[in-house]
Design a binder for this molecule. Structure first.
Ligand SMILES: [Zn+2]
Length: 286
């Protein structure tokens, strides 16, 4: 289907979309139903409760995923769904969650994109006004960083550096449009290093992870090839970054760069770039 040309206009779903599957960390089945919205922004509700607008004040730090605290409970691993919706240009949608975690599906954003493509998009009146990066913002932690630079368009530069020879150093740069997102970013799956999996399982994480929904490598090789892109891991990092930046309210106008970054740095950047209209309606509960 033809995707929006850019991120300037408002779009919602033409019809309802529903997908179910297991959560990466909980291993439990959950269902997500997306319904058209017109109120501006992405909103999420749990177990039949009214959806609330998603913004960075709701983020709760979790290992290896981004979680949001809704009035009726915590929802984990929101990033791939938020990346899918934001990346394809949807500005208005209600996300209804039955469960504690967004389903991992195949580990990428592609199943969400395909489900949305099956019903199509509906244009809404009015333009969006993305937050403009006014000056360089840099957030560092150890040798990881995220950077936002003033820029007329929307550009991402992402780099990773892993000791495993299967991944090594990877770099990916893109001038993002919905079409670029669908073709170049959405199919990139989540990944992990085999020697870390036992420790994560012992910590009660990745109970739903398996070789069908995550790429896994040892020191030298991928255990479950083929990859969808030679540099699929760094593209997945960009997918995570887009999903986390959705919590700023809207993708910004600027050049965003990330080096060895994860959800904590991504969501801190979302908070720095957040639109004023995404201020909380109630005091944050930290
Ligand atoms: Zn991810």
């Amino acid at each position: 289907m033809p995707w929006p040309a850019d991120y300037h206009n408002r779009w919602t779903l033409a019809d309802e979309v529903s997908l179910a599957g297991i959560g990466l960390h909980s291993g439990l089945v959950s269902r997500v139903t997306l319904t058209p919205g017109t109120s501006g922004g992405l909103s999420m509700g749990l177990m039949g409760a009214s959806p609330v607008p998603l913004h960075h004040h709701l983020v709760r730090e979790q290992r290896l995923c981004t979680a949001v605290q809704l009035p009726t409970g915590l929802v984990r691993t929101v990033e791939h769904l938020l990346a899918a919706l934001t990346g394809i240009g949807i500005s208005d949608v209600q996300i209804h969650v039955e469960g504690q975690e967004i389903p991992l599906l195949d580990g990428s954003a592609l199943p969400w994109v395909e489900a949305v493509a099956a019903v199509g998009l509906q244009s809404l009146d009015g333009q969006r006004s993305p937050p403009v990066v006014p000056e360089t913002v840099c957030i560092q932690a150890g040798d990881s960083h995220v950077l936002a630079l003033p820029y007329e368009g929307l550009r991402f530069s992402v780099a990773v550096n892993y000791p495993s020879q299967a991944i090594g150093q990877q770099f990916y740069e893109v001038e993002l449009t919905p079409e670029q997102f669908v073709e170049q970013v959405a199919p990139a799956r989540t990944f992990g290093l085999q020697n870390q999996l036992d420790a994560l399982r012992s910590a009660g994480l990745i109970k739903g992870g398996n070789l069908h929904n995550a790429l896994v490598c040892d020191d030298r090789h991928w255990l479950n090839p083929p990859l969808r892109f030679a540099n699929e891991p760094v593209r997945h990092k960009l997918l995570d970054l887009i999903g986390d930046l959705a919590l700023a309210g809207c993708l910004p106008q600027g050049h965003i760069s990330a080096y060895r970054a994860g959800h904590a740095l991504h969501t801190q950047l979302a908070a720095r770039l957040a639109m004023p209209c995404s201020a909380p309606t109630t005091a944050p509960n930290r």
